[in-house]
Design a protein around this ligand. Sequence first.
Ligand code: FEO
Length: 397
Amino acid sequence: MERQINKHTTYIGVDDTDLDLFEGQYKLDEGVSYNSYLIQDEKIAVMDTVDARMGDEWMDLLKTNLGSRIPDYLIVHHMEPDHASCIEWLMNLYPTLTAVCTQKAAALMTRFFETDFSQRLHIVKEGDTINLGQVTLSFIMAPMVHWPEVMMSYDSLNGTLFSADAFGKFGALSLTADGSKGLGSIWGDKHEWACEARRYYFNIVGKYGPMVQNVLKKTSALNLQTICPLHGPILHDDLSYFTDLYNTWSSYTPETPGVFIAYCSLHGNTEQAALMLQDMIQARNIKVAVSDLRRDDMAEAVEDAFRYPQLIICAPTYDGNLMPVMHDFLHHLQLKNYQRRRVAIIENGSWAPMAGKKMAEMLGQMKDMEIIEPMISIPSRVTGEVEQQLKELAEKL
Ligand code: FEO
């Protein structure tokens, strides 16, 4: 059956293909899935709900899979509304349902929901377990992956980790609502996973690398067979590929040798320098990714800044300061705890260049950054002297 994960667990997540911006800011070209799971044993546990946008479809799936049975537990791994906004609805529908969550999740419920569920909560902490029959769920605290109340749970019988937002990915799974004739699959393909999983990780969870490292240490001791995240496909084959990437990302280690050039330009001169530099670096057989910050996806630019060990930032002066889109990019990197990279600065300014100073100030607030000297200052147009400086920079990368 298309949605069956193992003998006990069924995928009851839903696709959202109409949402254009995830968290109101991240572009979705291929939608997103809100994942929920149903464990049916002597007792029944519903693993998270979904965004209310897709609540009707999810409730139909849940009821279809339950038949005449009544769920015993709702396991709440994360209280962000893309997973939690149907909790109140479900708890009111099944008055005997107990919600299992952390103390911090319980506090968040009082903020998000009108109904007081405090008498129907089972609060858990690290190592606590709940027995469902053959399946026992043990709980792993995962604070700040990606909110403070987050936990994961582990079914040791089936080797299944319910990993909350960790290992999530943008992109709908393209399953049909009833799970009978969808074109997609619930299973992740390692050849397709990393691109959108990386964009998701660095933009959603990237700030919290040390917390991800903590939880990876805990889960590395488990006999993992399957990872069930709250977004994107379920991971089963070659799990070390996925966990190794998470280890690389969360330790702020560059993943791919090469250079990322992020630029903006007012009249094309700064762009000309950025693209000339791209050609010079490519001529040395070094991989280069380039982003025009004015037009390209900011979340992709953030992703590529983390992906490569070396970053070149090129921007003109504007209003005695920095062109705003470059300021926005560097602000994003600051928020995401960007660190441990080599960076070269290329500025442009026609009468009082300030962009380089402002970019250096923002980089100076980041941890363990190596600035490649000297900064290149374009005097309005790309002169022969600038071209020579670009060549010398390319040689240093
Ligand atoms: Fe998918 Fe942090 O919510």
